[in-house]
Design a protein around this ligand. Structure first.
Ligand SMILES: Nc1ncnc2c1ncn2[C@@H]1O[C@H](COP(=O)(O)OP(=O)(O)OP(=O)(O)O)[C@@H](O)[C@H]1O
Ligand SMILES: [Mg+2]
Length: 389
């Protein structure tokens, strides 16, 4: 039986691939796949292992499908790609990008089944030749390192980081770690109701930076399944944590977790810049007012200079208020990029902080929790109900 990832908007094709793969098929809409990296697609599909075969519907946008097939060939050679489209028009181009076959859109389930089996067999040989017979677990997929930044203090970084991390942790056991990089005054432990045995200080000075097992034993565990590196108890101890150690810690965590969420101190201090070096997905946050927007503009400009203002980034406006005299498009004009999510004011946020229970767990229907749910879906591709995009 082949484990298949299908990208198509056709329900009929989905049903035929399901039949041909004996139900071992996860489907994503073509729109969700555009401009995504192969590793992102796999994580978004929520599969626990790499697919044996990826079926890409190339009928509407063959160039995009060919580009994605080429990336799979280079980045995840342990999967085989089959294109759906006009075989006469696509065969040569498909060969060039390393796709295994092109099947017409009206292909029947029998031909699909034999093609999936043939491609799966070829992929097994390729994996074996690479000396790679280990199960292709999701750990083979590069992690997302998601760093929450804001130009000024009190904008809601810890609120966003803790809720996002707990939400991601619930999508798969052992998938997520949260690092409190607000080394002086970090309050992730308070927000999660944790009393850590070890903190960032112990983690970077002990054996944990050299030994993955020691590292795991230094993490605090939240009831949601989230692992946490809490900030040092004393602001003085914070000085002993260097940017290089931060970089080493994040790259080690990225080898062991699917999602590494980083809460930061306000602004771009050296440890935050070290985290940005490892970051795949920055989350920029500011308050919904003129000074907040101006601060955000500087931060956006910095990320632009660092080449990090890509599609992966998310821009959030917190404390959004329609009566503030400011509109989202005003802010977008100031920062010269789009705002992705607005988060309203809600008293429930502070009470969740005071009781040490993240809002997405305590009050999932609260308007703030719903907006944060959008952020969780953006990164995981999995809706809270368990249904997938
Ligand atoms: N959308 C919101 N509605 C109501 N209160 C909020 C909202 N977002 C954050 N808060 C409250 O604002 C305060 C600051 O939030 P938080 O600690 O998350 O910000 P921060 O950016 O991490 O701050 P710091 O820079 O000090 O670390 C907290 O009391 C929090 O409960
Ligand atoms: Mg904070």
């Amino acid at each position: 039986m082949s484990n298949v990832l299908l990208s198509s908007d056709s329900n009929e094709l989905h049903e035929r691939v399901l039949e041909a793969s004996d139900g071992a098929c996860v489907a994503l809409a073509v729109g969700d796949v555009l401009e995504s990296a192969p590793a992102d697609l796999i994580a978004r599909a929520g599969q626990s292992s790499l697919p044996d075969v990826v079926v890409l519907d190339a009928t509407d946008n063959p160039e995009h499908a060919l580009g994605l097939a080429a990336r799979f060939d280079l980045e995840l050679p342990g999967t085989g790609v089959v294109l759906i489209g006009d075989p006469d028009a696509l065969a040569i181009a498909a060969l060039r990008v390393g796709a295994r076959d092109v099947l017409p859109p009206d292909v029947d389930a029998d031909l699909l089944r034999s093609t999936l089996e043939r491609v799966h067999a070829a992929v097994r040989v390729r994996r074996g030749a690479a000396g790679d017979n280990a199960p292709h677990t999701i750990a083979a997929v590069p992690a997302k390192v998601i760093t929450v930044l804001s130009p000024k203090g009190g904008a809601g970084k810890t609120t966003i980081a803790t809720n996002l991390a707990v939400g991601l942790a619930r999508t798969a056991p052992g998938s997520t770690v949260l690092v409190d990089l607000d080394v002086q005054f970090g309050d992730v432990a308070t927000a999660l109701g944790l009393e850590p045995e070890f903190t960032l200080e112990d983690v970077v000075h002990g054996a944990a930076l050299r030994d993955p097992i020691a590292l795991k034993t230094h993490l605090s565990l939240h009831d949601s399944g989230l692992s946490v590196v809490c900030a040092p108890e004393s602001p003085v101890a914070a000085d002993s944590v260097t940017p290089d150690q931060v970089g080493a810690l994040l790259s080690m965590l990225a080898m062991q977790f699917r999602y590494v969420v980083v809460d930061t101190a306000a602004g771009l201090e050296p440890r935050t810049l070290a985290a940005l070096d490892q970051t795949t997905d920055p989350v920029l946050l500011t308050t919904f007012d003129v000074t907040g927007a101006r601060g955000l503009r500087k931060e956006v400009d910095t990320l632009r200079e660092l080449g990090m203002l890509n599609n992966a980034r998310q821009v959030l406006l917190n404390f959004a208020d329609s009566k503030s005299g400011l509109s989202v498009s005003d802010v977008e004009a100031t920062i010269r990029t789009r705002v992705d999510i607005t988060v309203p004011f809600s008293r429930a946020v502070t009470s969740s902080l005071n009781t040490g229970t993240p809002l997405v767990l305590q009050r999932p229907r609260d308007p703030v929790a719903r907006q944060l749910g959008q952020l969780i879906v953006h990164f995981s591709g999995i809706r809270a109900s368990g249904s997938r995009r």
